[in-house]
Every structure is written in structure tokens, then in C-alpha cells.
Design a protein around this ligand. Sequence first.
Ligand SMILES: C[S@@+](CC[C@H](N)C(=O)[O-])C[C@H]1O[C@@H](n2cnc3c(N)ncnc32)[C@H](O)[C@@H]1O
Length: 248
Amino acid sequence: MIRNYNGIHYDNRFREFDADLDFWKEQARRFGDPILEIGFGTGRVGLVLAREGYRITGLELEVSMLDRAREKIKEENLPVEVFQGDMRGFNLGQYFPLVILPFNGLAHLLTFRDLMDTLRAVERHLSPGGRFVFDYLNPNLEILSRDPNRWYPSSEYFDESGRKVVVREKSYYNAQSQVNRVTMEYSCETGEVSEDDIWMRMFFPCELEALLALNGWEIEGRFGNYSRAPFNSESPKQLIICSPRRKK
Ligand SMILES: C[S@@+](CC[C@H](N)C(=O)[O-])C[C@H]1O[C@@H](n2cnc3c(N)ncnc32)[C@H](O)[C@@H]1O
């Protein structure tokens, strides 16, 4: 299993998370319209950009996420088109000056081939001079060396009916495949318990840099957080602005 995202859990859990939105608004101002978001999820980022007046297209694999996104698009009557599809091989027949992949979506590309296929698909959809911008984590060795038999507290939230939900997580990091298998457990105060399994591939900084370069991409900016601090050893994030290298 690669992932099993649940749109309701996701929206409840990240309803309040907005730390990245100014970063995305800035990318939209610099490069955007129309904008393609791959790994669209429930529209947490794309719908904010649509409310600012950008024309948004979203590509998402998981039906449960897409269903939530469609409900919200309809409720607000926003100019957003969403498609179910796989970022590793899609063809929308459209070009965009900006393609974005927010909030660690890159981690779901479990092999270097998945990443190469995605880069090729993104390149097919970029207008000349277009940019691909992604927000990816900087692998944290403390998290990766967690005890795989122990539950760790994650977060708490109130669901759509106002019930308290406590989230904890357990993970097993395979150092050969560089995939961290994370189980999220959601315990509702009513006693219901459910789980999501999310597999996340770790791309270490020099590896990511090499994969981009060897696949013909040029990094124009790499930041370590949403305030655009330069990337360094302590950075929690790898925020990368890149484009296909121009043919000589
Ligand atoms: C962490 S969520 C981010 C969602 C949204 N962009 C946000 O910022 O809230 C990553 C999303 O990528 C989707 N995803 C994972 N693999 C995918 C693939 N191969 N093609 C398209 N979407 C994928 C997941 O289903 C999930 O909705």
C-alpha cells in the first residue's frame, strides 16, 4: 500500500494549518495563472488561490480526497477544475506557467523512477519558461529512528460534529528503500478508532539535487522554511523552485 488518505480525516486535521499559504500566494503572484496543482488533496491550497482569482486545475489520485475537494468547489462555486489521475503519468493537454506540489506530496513518489516519471509529466504541462515549485520535508533523523513498536503523540482536533479526536502515530523506516511507513491512529471520544497508512519516501538533500540535475532540471531557489530562509542543515523543509534546463 502506498497511501490511504481519508478526505474527512485530512480536512479535520489540517483545517487550521495555514503556515504555507503566503508562500504559495507569492509563487502565484510571481509565476502563476493558470496554475496546476498536483497532489491536490481536498483543495487546502488550491482553493485559497482560486479565491484570490487564479484559475486552478487540480490533479489528485485518491477518490476520498477528490470527493471532499469537489464538495467545497461546488459550495463556493469556485473556478477550479479537478481531475482524478496519477502525477507519475498524466496528460491534460494543457500548459501552465506554474505547476505546484505542496505539503510533502513528493514523498509519495516511492522510487526514483516515480520521481523521474513525475518530472517528465510536469515538464509536458509547463509553458515555455514555466516553473515547478514543490514543498518537501528535510528528512529528520530523529523521527526516522523512532521505535517502530511505540505510538507517538501527534495532534488533537475537533471533528465536523465537534467531537474530540486524538491522533497518534507509529512508523517504521526502511533504510534500504528510504521509505517511512507511517500509521496514523484516530481515536474519537465516542470510542471509534480508525487508521490511515501513509508511506513516505525520504529524498535526502544532495540526492534530490542530483536527481533534478540528472533529469535536466535547474534549481532556481531552495528555501528551508516558508519565510524563505536559505536552506541549511537545520532546515525543516526543502522548498524548491525549478524549471527544465533550456536546450542549447
Ligand atoms: C500531503 S497531501 C497534500 C494535499 C494538498 N496539496 C495540501 O497541501 O493540503 C498529498 C496528496 O497527494 C496525493 N497523491 C499521492 N500520490 C499521488 C499520485 N501518484 N498522483 C496524484 N496524487 C497523489 C495524496 O492522495 C494526497 O492527497
